[in-house]
Design a protein around this ligand. Structure first.
Ligand SMILES: NC(=O)c1ccc[n+]([C@@H]2O[C@H](COP(=O)([O-])OP(=O)(O)OC[C@H]3O[C@@H](n4cnc5c(N)ncnc54)[C@H](OP(=O)(O)O)[C@@H]3O)[C@@H](O)[C@H]2O)c1
Length: 302
């Protein structure tokens, strides 16, 4: 074994401990936040729900331009007008992220009309909200195309220029259901798990790319129309998050270059428990919390 290899082995645990200590200290200290003054932010599904709050928060925090993508013109237009009132330049374009050709076409239009996107927020998603056997095949495919494949196309469209500029950030609004799936949302949980793998692979793949970072946000149930009707057993113990809180935390994570955000932070415990608990104990937790049956009352967007 040569000297270089030996020093690698010796320093490896020291490095790991160093990074853990550094992250713990940074948790306690106020971290440096980068300015968004030169950033051009594109948000998929920016017309409503968390996307709309993200657009407002990026504008509030000083982003130079905000671009909204979605399929419903009315919502996009309303949000765009709101953002413009903050004094931030805002544009919207109709784009179905499930449609690869549409994504590439609209990305070209954005580059020509607005400029280079430096922060891409993959937020658009749908939930079908039925069990596997009750689900229509086309609906199952649709959620995979929007929630997972949409990210492939948007990232392929905008990341190359970020790499050229050595400046950019890719954000994914994922879900805690990617790590702790529930019955009755099999399409959604599968798409979010695969979207998490996409982000984990991308984040590691960009390690040697200076100036380009990633953030994955994994929120718990959030108060938008997406999961309307879903009922948890102890709402006082597990209240839904406010979409504005998810937006604030997301923008802050971009500004501090944080790779993963669990919301609320107690969701870390769920992931840790899952890694070693016997299945019977996990099932008890699901039954006790009501997550086992919470989709029985699901109505979704009406
Ligand atoms: N709500 C929750 O409990 C919760 C919890 C954890 C994570 N999340 C995640 O947060 C993100 C936002 O969800 P939300 O709660 O804000 O849901 P929402 O209110 O239903 O908003 C979803 C957004 O996605 C857009 N969208 C859907 N299909 C699209 C497509 N094919 N192309 C382009 N845009 C599309 C919708 O706009 P159009 O219909 O106009 O296209 C809408 O703006 C999602 O990724 C979701 O998985 C939500």
């Amino acid at each position: 074994m040569d000297f270089k290899c030996l020093s690698c082995i010796v320093f490896f645990p020291i490095h790991i401990v160093y990074y853990i200590l550094k992250a713990s200290v940074y948790l306690l200290l106020p971290s440096r936040r980068r300015t968004l003054i030169k950033e051009v932010v594109l948000i998929t599904g920016g017309g409503r729900g968390i996307g709309r709050h993200l657009a407002q928060e990026f504008a509030k925090q000083g982003a130079k331009k905000v671009i909204l993508w979605g399929r419903t013109e009315k919502c996009l237009k309303e949000t765009c007008e709101e953002i413009s009132q903050f004094g931030t330049e805002c544009h919207y374009f109709l784009c179905d992220v499930a449609n690869r050709e549409d994504v590439y076409k609209q990305a070209k239009v954005v580059r020509e009309k607005v400029g280079d996107v430096t922060i891409l927020v993959n937020n658009a998603a749908v939930v079908h909200g039925k069990s596997l056997m009750d689900s229509d095949d086309d609906c199952l495919l649709k959620s995979q195309h929007i929630n997972t494949m949409g990210q492939f196309w948007t990232t392929k469209a905008f990341l190359p220029r970020m790499l050229e500029l050595q400046h950019g950030h890719v954000v994914c609004i994922n879900s805690i259901l990617s790590q702790s799936p529930i019955p009755g949302a099999i399409d959604y949980c599968t798409s979010k798990a695969s979207s998490l793998a996409f982000m984990e692979s991308l984040t590691l793949g960009l390690l040697d790319c200076p100036g380009v970072g990633c953030t994955t946000v994994l929120p718990f149930h959030t108060n938008t129309e997406m999961f309307q009707g879903m009922r948890v057993r102890f709402p006082a113990l597990f209240p839904p998050l406010k979409p504005e809180t998810v937006a604030e935390r997301t923008v802050d994570a971009v500004r501090t270059n944080t790779a993963y955000v669990y919301m609320p932070w107690t969701m870390h415990a769920l992931v840790i428990l899952k890694s070693f608990m016997p299945q019977a104990a996990l099932e008890e937790i699901h039954k006790f919390s009501g997550s086992y049956t919470c989709m029985n009352t699901f109505k979704g967007r009406t």
